[in-house]
Ligand binder design. Structure first.
Ligand code: E4P
Length: 218
């Protein structure tokens, strides 16, 4: 399973990239606004920090403008994945951009039928938002299961299932069990995956016993 981080904060991205376990980054207009920085500047910087795909979202809603924006964003770096919303114009833009050889992440997916459309449009990634479905008392993880089950029936679909709107480590575990390709994870949730109190206690005990031996490895 690939791990992307869902943030536009370059400091946080650098720290996570340093673990060697980060495969990509997703941003959205809300995350960019949170940084208070220039969109192009921040996205270009992120593309230098990580080698994997960096999603940058268009702001236009009409096809012509969306395509022009997508092409401009794709010009920032080779690892850009242009993010388009799951609308008619978004899917048309997806098809045109993938035809240009550009990676496309189709975002704001809330149904399996929408995911089928994105795969038919040649999306590189489909982003079902599980947390936002859970927020309205629907079952986000059921959507991931449905999409994975459907995609496997059609070997011509190359779209990767990118689980988005993740709220907790449990979401990642369940998505991994289902076999989703990618999880885009908020930084605090990603860091929390490293932690277990028994690891901390066990390490403290080993180090205390090692100290008693009076030996050193180097
Ligand atoms: C994914 O690409 C989105 O940026 C993100 O996962 C949205 O998550 P939210 O529902 O927590 O805003």
């Amino acid at each position: 399973m690939k791990f992307f981080v869902d943030t536009a904060d370059v400091g946080e991205i650098r720290e996570l990239a340093d673990t060697g376990l980060l495969d990509g980054v997703t941003t959205n207009p809300s995350l960019v606004a949170k940084t208070g920085r220039d969109f192009f500047e921040v996205v270009a910087e992120i593309c230098q920090v990580v080698e994997g795909p960096v999603s940058a979202e268009v702001a236009a809603t009409e096809f012509d403008a969306m395509l022009a924006e997508g092409r401009k964003l794709a010009g920032i770096a080779d690892n850009i994945a242009v993010k388009v919303p799951l609308t008619r114009a978004g899917l048309k833009t997806c098809k045109a951009l993938t035809g240009d050889g550009v990676k496309v992440n189709v975002t704001l997916c809330f149904s399996a039928n929408q995911a089928i459309l994105a795969a038919k449009a040649g999306a590189t990634f489909i982003s079902p938002f599980i947390g936002r479905l859970d927020d309205i008392a629907m079952d986000g993880m059921q959507l991931i299961e449905d999409i994975c089950d459907i995609y496997v029936n059609y070997p011509s679909f190359t779209t990767e299932v990118l689980v988005a709107s993740i709220r907790s480590p449990k979401d990642i575990l369940e998505a991994a069990r289902i076999g989703a390709d990618v999880a885009t994870i908020p930084p605090n949730v990603l860091w929390s995956l490293f932690n277990h109190p028994l690891t901390d206690n066990g390490l403290a005990a080993f180090l205390a016993d090692w100290e008693k031996t009076g030996q050193s490895i180097l």
